[in-house]
Design a protein around this ligand. Structure first.
Ligand code: GDP
Ligand code: IMO
Ligand code: MG
Length: 427
């Protein structure tokens, strides 16, 4: 059976931390989409690690980690990740597998990303510039190169042909600074490291595991509002970040999916451009950013901050079929006397919980409910029954609005700072 854990907002909900916590309950942790645009932070035993392509089960002994066909892989980033894992003493070679069908990010994909964003000017997406969009474009355009191609005799010539095509395209855009020759040298060196990861026929790898009773946790990247189809288009990423992406990105049938765990911050953040109805461009937003340390794990950019948005959360829960909710970063609200939560949007002269088709052109005004804060710290609390009443009240309000049980509350970045509802401990 495959359980899924994915982000319900605009990414950075704390997926890495929760997957790292849950991993020992599973046999395999699998990434199914996205690529090095992701930055998943793990903190344990005083150490901090940011993973970009490698699944967040890699630090748990005996747990296998699988990079599915839906992921786009940059040899340079993955070889940097591997070098760091080695320095942490992690034996990855027997525990990391990659689908031969995962697509490769070329240096020229990153160059296209950078030039096309520069050409967009004010309309830029705010991409991480990791080459994600151009690589998925080549995948759907049927031009891409895949991990399994690396060992084919004609790999060099196919690389050169694609590179030339990219350079023709790049000529359409304004010139930017980019050391293509230097990046290509690094890329070809890194391929050797990528080749040290065991390549598998992903469909058989994952389905054989399921058939032999293994438990799999699919780890999402980005968040549902960044989904290519259902997010705040065009300010989105280029993959299906929602639960349906698990089937395409791993090669499994929908009938194999069990729990779908959705993760949301106790407030909201977004990094990059695009609509964000509950954004706070004031000292409250600044306070959230400061206490929550809201700076991108991949790019270091300041994250935009705002209140929890329940119409948005309900929408994400709907498209994912969420069966349980995890609320993270509750501790960030410890000092807030009043916490706002959006319960509806005003637009077209009406109050609605329905998200308009385009949040950029259809301006919405959130309607807020103010909830009393718990104004105490959450250190040392071990169970739901120990949580302050006002925090429980906040959680109950969310639960009843979205009609999904909250089974975990995260109270700090460290692995251990997680409160799990007893009845779900081994869900
Ligand atoms: P991901 O992309 O969803 O894995 O999330 P990121 O790692 O990009 O961002 C989440 C950030 O919040 C990281 O710096 C985490 O260490 C941190 N974090 C996760 N859970 C909590 C929490 O409950 N409280 C606090 N204060 N920080 C948290
Ligand atoms: P994790 O997995 C937050 C955002 C970028 C940009 C848009 C498109 O750590 O939650 P792209 O590089 O895909 O072309 O960028 O999506 N974005 C993320 N924001 N967390 C992420 O991943 C993100 N991955 C992409 O900031 O707005
Ligand atoms: Mg992140």
């Amino acid at each position: 059976m495959v359980d899924v854990l994915l982000g319900l907002q605009w990414g950075d909900e704390g997926k890495g931390k929760i997957v790292d916590y849950l991993a020992p309950q599973y046999d395999i942790v699998a990434r199914f989409q996205g690529g090095p645009n992701a930055g998943h932070t793990l903190k344990f035993e005083g150490k901090k690690f940011v993973l970009h392509t490698i699944p967040s089960g890699i630090f748990r002994e005996g747990i296998m980690n699988f990079i599915g066909n839906g992921v786009v892989v940059d040899p340079i980033t993955i070889s940097d990740e591997i070098a760091k894992l080695i320095s942490f003493g992690v034996d990855y070679q027997n525990r990391l597998f990659i689908s031969k069908k995962a697509h490769l990010i070329l240096p020229t994909h990153r160059l296209i990303d950078a030039t096309s964003e520069a050409a967009k000017g004010k309309k830029k997406i705010g991409s991480t510039l990791k080459g994600i969009g151009p690589t998925y474009m080549d995948k759907t355009g049927r031009n891409g190169l895949r991990v399994g191609d690396l060992t084919m005799p004609n790999f060099e010539s196919r690389y050169q042909a694609l590179r030339e095509k990219h350079l023709d395209l790049i000529r359409l855009y304004p010139e930017i600074e980019f050391d293509l020759a230097g990046e290509e040298t690094k890329w070809f060196e890194s391929i050797e490291v990528l080749k040290s990861i065991k390549q598998v026929d992903g469909v058989y790898y994952i389905n054989n595991a399921i058939a032999s009773g293994k438990k799999i946790l699919a780890e999402g990247a980005q968040g549902s509002m960044l989904d290519i189809d259902f997010g705040t288009y065009p300010y989105v990423t280029s993959s299906n970040t929602i639960a349906s992406g698990v089937c395409n990105g791993l090669g499994i049938a929908p009938t194999k999916i069990g729990e779908i765990i959705g993760i949301a911050k106790a407030y909201c953040t977004r990094v990059g451009s695009g609509p964000f109805p509950t954004e706070l461009n004031d000292e409250v937003g600044e306070k959230l950013r400061k206490i929550g340390q809201e700076f991108g794990a991949t790019t270091g950019r300041a994250r935009r901050c705002g209140w929890l948005d329940l119409p948005q959360l309900k929408y994400s829960i709907l498209i994912n079929g969420i069966t349980q909710l995890v609320i993270t970063k509750a501790d960030v609200l410890n000092t807030f006397e009043a916490i706002n939560v959006a319960t509806a949007y005003r637009y077209d002269g009406m109050e609605q919980v329905h998200l308009p088709y385009d949040l950029e052109t259809i301006k919405v005004t959130p309607k807020y409910k103010s909830i009393e804060g718990w104004t105490s710290d959450l250190e040392g609390l071990l169970g739901f029954e120990m949580l302050p009443d006002k925090l429980l009240n906040y959680l109950k309000f969310i639960e009843s609005f979205v009609d999904v049980p909250i089974t975990m509350v995260s109270t700090g970045p460290e692995r251990k700072k997680l409160i799990v509802k007893k009845e779900y401990l081994h869900a």
